[in-house]
Design a protein around this ligand. Structure first.
Ligand code: GLN
Ligand code: ZN
Length: 773
């Protein structure tokens, strides 16, 4: 029985990687200093694995920015636009140019596109492919890293983790028409062969092939490519032990394929899909071993040893001890580093948790317990059982009132009193908004001043009164400016919020926050997700004070601004002792209370942001409907209590929603604002086939760039929108919140946006049907 993990966090327990990267980019440290930081992080990570007693130590899991980008550089998959940089700069500079773009010394080269790593909040850099692309063994970092790992771990088995060829291809994108990126497999395979030849020469015995795409819906051609690739590698390297690792779901219909690929050890994710064990055991051919992904790499809860031991025993019975490995479910990249650094957490909650370092120990402990001849007397097991008993009945978790309320939800609770047509009329009468109403998405610039005041307040350097007065002043200035600019529906600006989920989590019961629980989001960017540990409720209003104050300053309407239940769920570590849908509905009830209080306080337009609804979609299409049902119900529970004349908005930040457009319509928000301009309103294609029923504000300019949009380009976008949607349904707004912009950009852009609305009203005033060439 062997133990291993699939990868360790690379950011360093004190975010050393982030700090070093940022200093390096700012020219404050040298390449040597940067590299030394990386070396220390890797040493520390290996030390943790060795001290815990893992049998196999993992390498090549470190990255300065992203492991997929590392693979692109290894394979020489360098897009044409970086060729001059490749010729004249160092490999490291080229690497960062691909990651972040290169805008100096007369160059202006865009970065590679970034997208979410399957269903996580980690972002990778999307490989770009062209039809006749040439590959080469370009960067030798894998080899250097392996040698370094060998030196640091004498006498240990060292296993390089390498992104498998098929997943690498599937996660990339064609940059030319009329070819299939899978057709590049045979030429890339030659580079993989070179890599393995070198690794084998350096003494590698194991290779971890990360193939998460085996948990996705695969085309017949993708399946065939899997067979060809692994067959080829097997023939070339009969002695290397291949560990094929799959995670973030079950193998399902890909099980026959995965089980019969010519590899030595198959790894499955039992945290995500425990039900698959039986099938996998039945399908696994005699000569193969099975790695059980028992310790959850995606969440922060302690492992339940009794449950894990049951799985191990089941596997051992089928396969025998020698054919069973014990592991984390996936790489620990998605876990925070070290619970030992959390000195301020409530000790009762703290004992329920395990971060990366603790999870490594759990893997080793599971093996020890599995092999124990006196299991009932093992202290680790006794303690673990006691902890789980205590958690099950903890008063911190269970709130009977919340459970009762949830149990009594009826279908009416997720329905508005009347249908949209009736509501629209009531809203028009009350709100009296013009054609093409203008608004923004909520936040205004979070300037260094805003952040300075917030941090002074958090450190008790200024009083609550001082902080409140200062915020009120910011709100007042922003309201006055929006009035002067003739924006129709105003916002208070969200100056009091650090983050759209944290702000609510800090005020809700059932949430805690770590001090150092950082997880890499992309490059040097880390997030610290809230931990939802118990039943969620809202002790008191969270946003009413600010919205009411803002509304008191103006005769125009001010939008109340809330984060929706699905987004709060999606961006937190979620409790594992009840279904996600239950937790989500509890959050929905808390938001519903806030909506009710806002309405009572005279706020007649309320926006409930759900930027994360789409990213919550399960990896397999067959599971979409179930998710969408509860997610949409949760949104509707939060929004449905209000009067017909109260207008509910929602906001989403993505444009590929064609495949779930019916579900978005089912949310039944009166108005939806949505990111659109980066795709040049491609999204609007969806509306030519689907008649979107309610009002909609397709973003007319991109807030991710400092560029000021011109009136004419916004008019053009609007014309496109008018082709597929009746003008009475349209709003005019930016793509997303403005918190990352500065005031100068914001003011210029919004002035142009309001001018656009004015022009649009003139053009479209009495036109019944518009014809555009
Ligand atoms: N209301 C939020 C803001 O304006 C929405 C942010 C988001 O969509 N991610 O910042
Ligand atoms: Zn957004």
């Amino acid at each position: 029985m062997q133990t291993h993990i699939l990868g360790y966090p690379r950011i360093g327990s004190r975010r050393e990687q982030k700090k070093a990267n940022e200093q390096f980019w700012a020219g404050k440290i040298t390449t040597q200093e940067l590299l030394a930081v990386g070396e220390n992080i890797r040493k520390e990570n290996w030390k943790i694995q060795k001290e815990a007693g893992l049998d196999v130590v993992t390498c090549n899991d470190f990255s300065w920015y992203d492991q997929v980008l590392d693979m692109s550089l290894t394979l020489g998959a360098i897009p044409e636009r970086y060729k001059t940089i490749a010729e004249s700069k160092s490999e490291l500079e080229l690497y960062y140019a691909m990651a972040r773009g290169f805008q100096k010394e007369g160059w202006d080269i865009t970065a590679m596109e970034m997208t979410k790593w399957l269903d996580t909040n980690y972002h990778y850099l999307v490989p770009e492919f062209t039809k006749n692309q040439q590959f080469s063994f370009y960067s030798q970092r894998i080899i250097e890293n392996f040698k370094e790992a060998k030196e640091n771990n004498p006498g240990k088995n060292v296993k390089p983790a390498i992104l498998g060829l098929v997943s690498y291809l599937l996660l990339g994108k064609e940059k030319e028409n009329s070819f299939d990126r899978l057709d590049l497999a045979s030429s890339i395979l030659l580079i993989y062969e070179e890599i393995l030849t070198e690794l084998q020469a350096q003494g590698s015995e194991f290779i971890q092939w990360d193939e998460p795409c085996l948990c996705l819906d695969l085309s017949p051609k993708a399946k065939e490519t899997y067979q060809k690739v692994y067959q080829y590698l097997r023939e070339k390297f009969p002695k290397l032990q291949f560990i094929l690792v799959t995670y973030f779901g079950g193998l399902k219909d890909n099980l026959p394929l995965a089980a019969t690929l010519p590899i030595d050890i198959l790894h499955i994710d039992l945290a995500r899909n425990p039900e698959q064990l039986e099938e996998v055991l039945a399908a696994l051919p005699k000569e193969k071993k099975l790695s059980l992904g028992l310790v959850d790499g995606r969440n922060i809860w302690k492992n339940n040893f009794e449950k894990s031991l049951a799985f191990i025993n089941q596997a051992v019975e089928h396969l025998g001890v020698d054919r069973v490995w014990i592991a984390t479910s996936c790489s620990l990249l998605h876990s925070p580093c070290d619970l030992d650094l959390e000195t301020k957490l409530n000790p009762e909650i703290r004992q329920w948790l395990a971060f990366a370092k603790q999870k490594v120990t759990e893997v080793a402990t599971l093996k020890k317990l599995a092999l124990s001849s006196d299991l009932q007397n093992e202290d680790e097991l006794k303690q673990n059982i006691a902890t789980f008993k205590a958690r099950e009945t903890s008063l911190l978790i269970h709130d009977e009132a919340v459970k009762a309320r949830l149990a009594n939800i009826t279908a009416d609770d997720s329905k508005r009193k009347n249908n949209f047509a009736v509501r629209q009329k009531a809203q028009q009468e009350l709100l009296k908004l013009p054609l093409f109403p203008t608004t923004t998405i909520g936040s205004f610039p979070q300037t260094s001043e805003v952040r300075k005041y917030r941090s002074q307040y958090k450190k008790n350097e200024i009083t609550e009164e001082q902080y409140t007065e200062w915020l009120k002043n910011e709100i007042k200035e922003s309201i006055l400016w929006q009035e002067e600019t003739y924006i129709d529906v105003l916002v208070h600006g969200e100056f009091e919020r650090n983050d759209m989920v944290e702000y609510f989590g800090e005020q809700l019961k059932g949430f805690v926050f770590s001090q150092n629980g950082w997880v890499q989001s992309y490059g040097s960017r880390c997030v610290k997700p809230p931990i939802i540990f118990g039943d969620v409720s809202r002790p008191q209003p969270m946003t009413v004070f600010w919205s009411q104050y803002a509304q008191s300053l103006t005769s125009k309407w001010v939008k109340g601004m809330l984060t929706g239940p699905v987004t709060i769920l999606q961006w937190s570590f979620v409790r594992d002792d009840q279904p996600r849908s239950t937790t989500c509905k509890q959050i929905a009830l808390a938001i519903r209370d806030e909506v009710a209080d806002l309405e009572k306080a005279g706020i007649k337009i309320i926006q409930i942001d759900e930027p994360a609804i789409r990213e919550g979609l399960p990896l397999r299409k067959s599971a979409w409907q179930e998710y969408l049902e509860w997610a949409i119900e949760a949104f509707r529970i939060s929004a449905s209590l209000v009067e017909d004349s109260t207008q509910i908005h929602t906001h989403m930040c993505y444009s590929e929603f064609n495949d779930i457009i019916q579900n978005i319509a089912d949310m039944d928000a009166d108005v939806i604002t949505i990111e659109c301009s980066r795709s040049q309103m491609e999204l609007l294609n969806a509306f030519s086939d689907f008649k979107y029923p309610n009002e909609i504000g397709p973003g007319v300019y991109d807030i991710h760039s400092p560029r000021i949009p011109s009136e004419s380009e916004m008019i053009d976008l609007l014309k496109k929108a008018c082709k597929v949607l009746p003008k009475e349904q349209l709003w005019i707004n930016p793509d997303c919140g403005l918190k990352t912009r500065n005031w100068e950009e914001t003011k210029k852009a919004l002035l142009a946006m309001v001018a656009t609305a004015k022009e649009a009203r003139r053009i479209f005033a009495d036109v019944k049907e518009v014809q555009f060439s």
